[in-house]
Write a protein that binds this ligand. Structure first.
Ligand code: FES
Length: 108
């Protein structure tokens, strides 16, 4: 199963296995990680699942940003960065195995 590493706001790292077709947000909230809120359950209406992809190569492998996600990224609590994504839209593929993301702080 593909793995993702989340760099938490306190600089600890959490490695999670994420099933292909599942989102990073769902895996993180199921694991009880506080840094990812995911208030809207992946409905692209809360922006509380903000992460920054550390490696540009993985940013290119990630699913394309939809116009709605692009708009929502302008309303995140932490300022948007060039590699910002909403983790509910980061749906895992085998190609994304090894993804590392920094959890945005704050989310609210
Ligand atoms: S969980 Fe709400 S926008 Fe991602």
């Amino acid at each position: 199963m593909p793995k993702v590493t989340l760099i938490n706001p306190d600089d600890t790292r959490t490695e999670l296995e994420v099933a292909v077709g599942d989102s990073v947000m769902r895996a993180a909230t199921a694991a009880g990680l506080d840094g990812i809120v995911g208030d809207c359950g992946g409905g692209l209406s809360c922006s509380t699942c903000h992460v920054v992809i550390v490696d540009d190569a993985y940013f290119a492998k990630a699913p394309e940003i939809s116009p709605t996600e692009d708009q929502m990224l302008d309303f995140t609590a932490m300022d948007r960065e060039p590699n910002s994504r909403l983790s509910c839209q980061l749906v895992m593929t085998d190609e994304m195995d090894g993804l590392v993301v920094r959890v945005a702080d704050p989310q609210l």
